[in-house]
Design a protein around this ligand. Structure first.
Ligand SMILES: Cc1cc2nc3c(=O)[nH]c(=O)nc-3n(C[C@H](O)[C@H](O)[C@H](O)COP(=O)(O)O)c2cc1C
Length: 145
């Protein structure tokens, strides 16, 4: 959580809430909200959920409007990058989950806030082989201009 919270955000607005879901009933409710391709989370006992929070930094609100950018998704992306790398460093495994039934998660948490992303935290199945990384070639998506 320290790593997640130390992540940078636009104008340091930190416009999100972080929910540590650990009570058995809530954990079950998040598992039940999974999309069809995320069956593996039935064994997960801890989820971290990120929801949007309103901008409380008036300056940023104006700037976001002027730039026509809502920085919240990027800020949350930064935070989960920190969180997942730190978790690995601590010997834990994670999976970022974008596939979930948003209304069920809202209901489980008792919030109307927009659910952005869930991170499953735990330990990979014993013997789980980390798949090799497949990424686009630089020629496809790196532009030198
Ligand atoms: C925003 C986001 C949402 C994701 N949602 C899921 C998900 O719902 N289920 C899942 O198994 N992986 C999910 N992932 C993991 C990606 O599928 C994975 O990072 C990608 O396929 C590349 O795999 P690799 O990092 O192992 O190379 C998500 C990743 C991100 C960044």
């Amino acid at each position: 959580m320290e790593a997640a919270k130390i992540a940078p955000s636009a104008m340091n607005a930190q416009p999100y809430d972080v929910w540590v879901v650990r009570s058995p009933e809530k954990v079950q409710a998040i598992r039940d909200a999974k999309s069809s391709f995320n069956g593996f989370i039935d064994n997960v006992n801890l989820f971290i959920v990120f929801t949007d929070a309103p901008y409380s930094n008036g300056k940023l609100e104006g700037l976001a409007e002027e730039m026509q950018i809502d920085y919240r998704t990027q800020d949350i992306g930064e935070s989960i990058a920190y969180l997942t790398l730190q978790a690995k460093d601590l010997g834990l495994d994670t999976c970022i989950l974008g596939g979930f039934r948003i209304d069920q998660v809202k209901k489980a948490l008792g919030t109307d806030a927009h659910i952005q992303i869930i991170v499953a935290v735990g330990y990979a199945t014993e013997g789980y082989k980390v798949r090799s990384k497949v990424r686009k070639a630089d020629s496809e998506n790196v532009r030198f201009v």
